[in-house]
Write a protein that binds this ligand. Structure first.
Ligand SMILES: [Zn+2]
Length: 120
């Protein structure tokens, strides 16, 4: 069994949670940044010590926003309802007929550019 890989990262304020989509994007960036260390851990011999990925001081990673509500995340509607930030909550479109329009599953989120959408 290769070495276990564990992570250290920023924590949200007490009582708050990171947006799922922000955390997902952040972790992907951390895995990319520490790819060599992770690869070495995965090919380490049995009994190797745990490898810690310390990403607590990496200010240039994608931003993490706190969740403000629950809803569908456009690119991953198959995951169901998630805790999301304002930028990642799927929006409804108000129509003059008084009806609401929900994006179809798999349809992008307005204002988002794939997984790397802007926050704020
Ligand atoms: Zn988010």
């Amino acid at each position: 069994m290769p070495a276990e890989v564990l992570y250290k990262g920023p924590k949200p304020l007490p009582g708050e949670r990171w947006c799922f989509a922000c955390a997902y994007t952040w972790k992907a960036a951390v895995n990319e940044r520490f790819a060599l260390t992770i690869d070495q851990a995965m090919s380490a011999p049995d009994g190797s010590p745990t490898v810690w990925i310390d990403a607590t001081g990496t200010e240039d990673l994608p931003p993490l926003a706190t969740a403000v509500g629950v809803g569908l995340f456009g690119p991953m509607t198959h995951l169901g309802v998630l805790e999301l930030c304002w930028s990642h909550l799927t929006a409804i479109r108000l129509q003059s007929t008084g009806g609401l329009h929900l994006p179809a599953p798999g349809q992008g989120v307005p204002g988002m550019n794939g997984m790397g959408g802007l926050l704020g």
